[in-house]
Ligand binder design. Structure first.
Ligand SMILES: *[C@@H]1O[C@H](CO)[C@@H](O)[C@H](O)[C@H]1NC(C)=O
Ligand SMILES: *[C@@H]1O[C@H](CO)[C@@H](O)[C@H](O)[C@H]1NC(C)=O
Ligand SMILES: *[C@@H]1O[C@H](CO)[C@@H](O)[C@H](O)[C@H]1NC(C)=O
Ligand SMILES: *[C@@H]1O[C@H](CO)[C@@H](O)[C@H](O)[C@H]1NC(C)=O
Ligand SMILES: *[C@@H]1O[C@H](CO)[C@@H](O)[C@H](O)[C@H]1NC(C)=O
Length: 474
């Protein structure tokens, strides 16, 4: 009864104040490969031990970058355990989450090259491919982070081998954020995932997490990389110790300190220009942060600028003091753009005074993939255990997605009627399989052919197979 009442109250307070949640956000941190729970300095962050989430092998690891959490174990997935391996974490409340995965490097292994390259998916959608050189202490490449909606009480994080070493994972964080965090317009929602590409604090000297800035926990403990110049002394850093109004507002709860430093342009080079390489033909969501912290700007109209993305004006006549209503107050602007080429350029072009920018964030907008029909997943799982499929098959995660990594032997097709993936072929010939065919196989209603030749399958062919009307060859 008490429990119900509590739930009732939680429900109503959530309804009444959707953007000012009073309870602590759900946070789950796992120290991969750890036998015991761990606390890490300097913030005494708590990490759960790694128990029964997945297969793979625990090992000692090295921290590939200065910002990796101070954890000394990891988990890696040797090829003998199959190409697809997943952490399945249950009892995650329905909500909006920042999911972050730090990568690791196994110590003491006689590999020519022990930097593994692999793909990462969240809930079946591929969000990242590691690039060679990631372990060379480039802070922002030591992890992948994405904002996702988790709606079915669990989360599946998968690591897909690409033939370049064994995937190795140092840590997993699942941090609840505001339900409306990073709302960018009508396309935003459960069908979109925002993968963090860059998050830079302009004029700052050290890398910082939200926790180092004493940021609100509903912000998701973002990582801010410092940028001290956009190049060739075209700008200078300024800082203030004054308080900043309207900083830690919902839905994004940015830390105040973010607005206490900035880069401003000089007379030599009036514009501020930032360019980065991107993958072409993707959509990017760009978040820009400003606060007027320059004592020489005293009021409205003294600093006015346009913001261009790849040469196109996306915000015109930005006057921070006018828009925030005062000095030392935070202004957040966001814009989502399609990028066809391989570079993304942000330009702050002043029309009066110098250009300024305090921080910015660039996300890749990833469309979440539709999953495989749950009936068909259950049927394949029944088949997996009845045929005692060896580990090397790696039938983990979703059978058909990410599309780049379907299960070995499963042919997938997208069913437009149900908007789900279905299985239309199974090729398990010559795999040395022993076992029987389970009745559940008839749940694969879209099967056109099954090839099980060259195995030692015993027992009868389930009569239920006759109900699969599409089946052509067995
Ligand atoms: C990891 O390192 C500890 C001591 O630093 C050692 O006792 C342990 O055997 C190592 N574990 C593995 C799997 O190598
Ligand atoms: C992002 O920009 C859109 C479009 O201008 C706006 O509707 C939305 O409120 C902004 N999001 C946040 C969180 O400020
Ligand atoms: C980018 O967004 C547009 C809608 O603005 C959409 O039609 C297109 O499919 C998106 N592109 C990608 C690669 O997601
Ligand atoms: C901001 O600019 C608008 C349009 O120029 C003007 O109407 C408004 O009064 C200004 N607000 C402040 C606080 O100066
Ligand atoms: C099934 O697999 C066997 C052995 O690999 C092959 O000889 C046969 O042609 C396959 N059957 C069909 C219908 O594809």
């Amino acid at each position: 009864m008490l429990r119900h009442l509590l739930l009732f109250f939680t429900f109503f307070s959530a309804l009444l104040r959707p953007s000012h949640p009073r309870h602590a956000p759900y946070a789950m941190r796992i120290s991969c490969g750890a036998r015991n729970n761990v606390h890490t300095p300097p913030t005494n962050t708590f990490w759960y031990k790694d128990f029964a989430y997945t297969g793979g092998v625990p090992a000692n690891g090295t921290r590939p970058s200065n910002i990796s959490p101070r954890l000394y174990t990891l988990r890696y997935f040797p090829l003998s355990e199959g190409p697809e391996n997943c952490y399945n974490i249950n009892r995650v409340p329905k909500g909006h989450y920042a999911v972050r995965i730090f990568f690791g490097v196994v110590t003491e292994r006689n590999f020519d090259n022990n930097e593994p390259l692999f793909d990462v998916s969240v809930e079946g959608t591929q969000i990242y491919s590691l690039r060679s050189g990631w372990s060379n202490n480039i802070d922002e490449q030591a992890f992948v982070e994405a904002l996702v909606f988790l709606t079915d009480g669990s989360v599946s994080l998968c690591f897909h081998g690409t033939g370049h070493g064994d995937p190795a994972i140092l840590s997993i964080e699942i941090l609840q954020v505001d339900d409306r965090a990073y709302y960018f317009g009508p396309q935003w929602g459960q069908g979109t995932i925002l993968r963090t590409d860059k998050r830079l604090s302009c004029g700052a000297e050290d890398p910082k997490f939200d926790v180092d800035y004493s940021g609100d926990h509903w912000g998701g403990d973002r990582f801010w990389n410092p940028i001290i110049t956009f190049g060739q002394s075209s700008d200078r850093a300024i800082r203030t110790t004054n308080g900043i109004k309207q900083a830690s507002n919902p839905p994004n709860f940015y830390p105040e300190a973010l607005y206490q430093t900035a880069l401003i342009s000089t007379d030599n080079q009036p514009e501020l220009v930032y360019t980065m390489d991107v993958d072409p033909n993707r959509n990017y969501s760009i978040w820009l942060h400003f606060a007027e912290i320059d004592p020489s700007v005293t009021g409205v109209g003294k600093r006015v600028f346009d913001i261009l993305i790849n040469g196109v004006v996306v915000f015109q006549d930005v006057d921070i003091v006018n828009m925030t209503g005062g000095l030392y107050a935070a202004l957040v602007l966001n814009k989502t753009v399609a990028v066809n080429g391989r570079t993304l350029t942000i330009t702050v072009h002043p029309t009066n005074g110098h250009a300024i920018i305090n921080a910015f964030e660039i996300f890749e907008v990833v469309m979440a993939e539709s999953k495989t029909s749950p009936d068909e997943v259950r049927a394949l799982q029944a088949l997996k255990s009845a045929l005692r499929l060896p580990l090397r098959f790696g039938w983990n995660g979703d059978p058909c997605i990410p599309q780049q990594h379907p299960w070995n032997g499963a042919d997938c097709q997208f069913d437009r009627t149900s908007s789900k993936w279905v299985i239309d072929g199974l090729g398990l010939d010559n795999q040395g399989l022993r076992g029987f065919l389970p009745n559940d196989i008839s749940k694969l209603r879209h099967l056109q052919n099954i090839n099980l030749s060259g195995n030692s399958i015993r027992g009868p062919i389930p009569s239920s197979l006759g109900t699969i009307t599409t089946l052509e060859t067995l």
